[in-house]
Design a protein around this ligand. Structure first.
Ligand SMILES: NC(=O)c1ccc[n+]([C@@H]2O[C@H](COP(=O)([O-])OP(=O)(O)OC[C@H]3O[C@@H](n4cnc5c(N)ncnc54)[C@H](OP(=O)(O)O)[C@@H]3O)[C@@H](O)[C@H]2O)c1
Length: 159
């Protein structure tokens, strides 16, 4: 398998989104996200792009959409995850998929690493992702400074 990292934050029940944004505000996790993804090609679904509507700096931004007419400033629009992976790997051997739930579902079978922020909270959410860890081993776990937050690294066995 070729390297591919999923970067995601999940609260209890796999909650990850609310009203097009994040259901929490955790600056420590935003810093962690920046550190993990900096310098990489980042692949996101069009709805995740709509959250910020501008490219994440210091990263090559790729947005997956079925809308062939879509043009976005500072981002490459791709018609499928496969196309996004092909374009991303032209410049980055280890791209990251950064959400949301639809993209995580498509990308998990292809992922060799998962950088997971576990948030031990019940949150009000409308978007969920069940992270199936089958085939992955936990290689590190670090408690954050924020109550209930842990930074967890998973690697696919044999990858
Ligand atoms: N907690 C986290 O770590 C995290 C990370 C990122 C995002 N989020 C949250 O997740 C939520 C958004 O997630 P979401 O699942 O609703 O949307 P999403 O995965 O960000 O984007 C979905 C869009 O991607 C495109 N798409 C999906 N499958 C496709 C395919 N097979 N081929 C081509 N295009 C495809 C479609 O765009 P078109 O409609 O344009 O065709 C679809 O509407 C937000 O609340 C966001 O804040 C959370």
């Amino acid at each position: 398998m070729r390297p591919l990292t999923l970067v995601l934050a999940l609260a209890r029940r796999g909650a990850l989104g609310k009203d097009g944004g994040l259901p929490w505000r955790i600056p420590e996790d935003l810093r962690h996200f920046r550190e993990v993804t900096r310098g990489h090609a980042v692949i996101m679904g069009r709805r995740t792009w709509d959250e910020v509507k501008k490219p994440l700096p210091e990263r090559r931004n790729l947005v997956v959409s079925r809308d062939g007419a879509l043009r976005l400033p500072g981002a490459v629009v791709c018609a499928s995850l496969d196309e996004a992976l092909r374009v991303a790997r032209e410049t980055d051997p280890e791209p990251c998929v950064i959400g949301g739930a639809e993209l995580y579902r498509l990308a998990l079978p292809l992922a060799t690493r998962v950088e997971l922020t576990e948030i031990d909270r019940d949150v009000d959410a409308d978007t969920f992702f069940e992270l199936d860890r089958t085939g992955f081993v936990e290689t590190s776990r670090r408690p954050g400074e924020t109550e209930g937050v842990s930074f967890v690294s998973l690697r696919r066995e044999g990858a």
